[in-house]
Design a protein around this ligand. Structure first.
Ligand SMILES: [Zn+2]
Length: 358
């Protein structure tokens, strides 16, 4: 893997006339806390090569601020990343004046959480999830900034490529239980994702467990009142079918939307949000751009999926949330609208989908 030192990152783009939101990013991977999952990778417990240099969180916060990316959703998609994400967003929450209780129940889900985890609440009345967060993971999260500049929400799930591996080890059910505990441990965790299907990287034998995991995540999202973020790689028909069969959560988001116009129409009819990433800028992405042009404005979201999918002309380099304006500009261009207006619409859509960041 190439060095991910800060110097290899693309320059910070001009901010748009309106702040923009990155609804899906992996700062855990960007900062070298986690390595990306690969097909059939032995275990995600590996740590990055000691030789490798990664930028720290401040690099991502500073560059995001310079680029006008003022809201971020950090996604952890294996258990260690999910724990790290929960600790990170909870620590920012705790840093806010007047907000002391990072373990406070989500208004809409307090009851069901108590039912599910009541017996696991510890002597201090903390939720099961906070007890599950490994203190050594929490210790790696920097102290919350005095006044958080780039405000963050979080999400967690078992990635579709992670599910078969856990199932094979007999760990999938326990892992799903922990994911639910983590997403309900603080109000800052608003997303169950990314989950879904990935037929590009998973062979025949992994598909059944992948589908079981996807169905379980749909249930968790509905039970906890969180938004569902879907990873769909070369599995459009089955993803849509399983959502129909299970009944989709109230808020369902296709992260890194990769379908065509027909799929965009189907998503629009079902009221699913479509989140576009840097691949919309790639040279061979005409079909995706047509889909983006046809999607209803009120269902559009923007994201980076950083450090992956770095937009053209920086494709192949590592990225960060600060590159969202490049994707937003392209999205505005294919829709023939002003980029500031697009940013404003997406900003509103993200609040509709995920609630307030304040
Ligand atoms: Zn992702």
């Amino acid at each position: 893997m190439a060095s991910r030192a800060a110097g290899t990152y693309p320059p910070v783009p001009e901010p748009l006339p309106h702040p923009i939101v990155d609804t899906h990013t992996h700062l855990d991977i960007g900062t070298g806390m986690r390595l990306p999952l690969g097909a059939g990778e032995p275990a995600p417990e590996v740590t990055p090569d000691e030789e490798e240099e990664f930028p720290d969180l401040d690099f991502f916060f500073d560059t995001a601020e310079q680029a006008g990316v003022r809201r971020i959703v950090q996604i952890g998609c294996d258990l260690p990343a999910a724990r790290w994400t929960t600790a990170l967003v909870a620590s920012q929450f705790a840093g806010r004046a007047g907000v002391a209780d990072v373990n406070g129940s989500h208004a809409g889900t307090g009851g069901s959480q108590a039912d599910a985890n009541g017996s696991q609440t510890d002597a201090n009345g903390r939720s099961a999830a906070s007890a599950l967060i490994d203190p050594s993971v929490v210790a790696t999260v920097p102290a919350p900034p005095e006044s958080p500049r780039t405000w963050m929400l979080g999400g967690a799930a078992l990635h579709p490529n992670e599910a078969p591996r856990l199932a094979e080890a007999g760990l999938l059910d326990d892992a799903l239980t922990e994911i639910e505990a983590l997403v309900t441990s603080t109000d800052r965790m608003r997303v169950v994702g990314e989950t879904g299907l990935d037929y590009f990287r998973t062979g025949e034998d992994g598909i059944a467990e992948q589908q079981r995991s996807f169905r379980a995540h749909i249930e968790i999202a509905k039970r906890t009142g969180r938004a569902l973020q879907i990873h769909d790689r070369e599995a459009h028909a089955d993803v849509l079918r399983i959502l129909r069969e299970e009944g989709a959560p109230e808020v369902t988001i296709f992260h890194c939307f990769s379908g065509d116009e027909a799929m965009a129409r189907e998503c629009a009819e079902a009221g699913y949000f479509m989140s576009f990433a840097g691949n919309i800028t790639f040279k061979n992405a005409d079909e995706l751009r047509r889909a983006a042009a046809s999607a209803p404005l009120e269902l559009l979201l923007t994201e980076t999926d950083a450090p992956f999918l770095t937009p053209h002309p920086y494709r192949g380099k590592p990225g960060g949330p600060y590159l969202t304006p490049i994707t937003a500009r392209k999205l505005a261009e294919v829709r023939g609208m002003d980029a500031g207006d697009l940013a404003e619409a997406v900003w509103t859509n993200a609040e509709t989908a995920l609630g307030s960041w304040d």
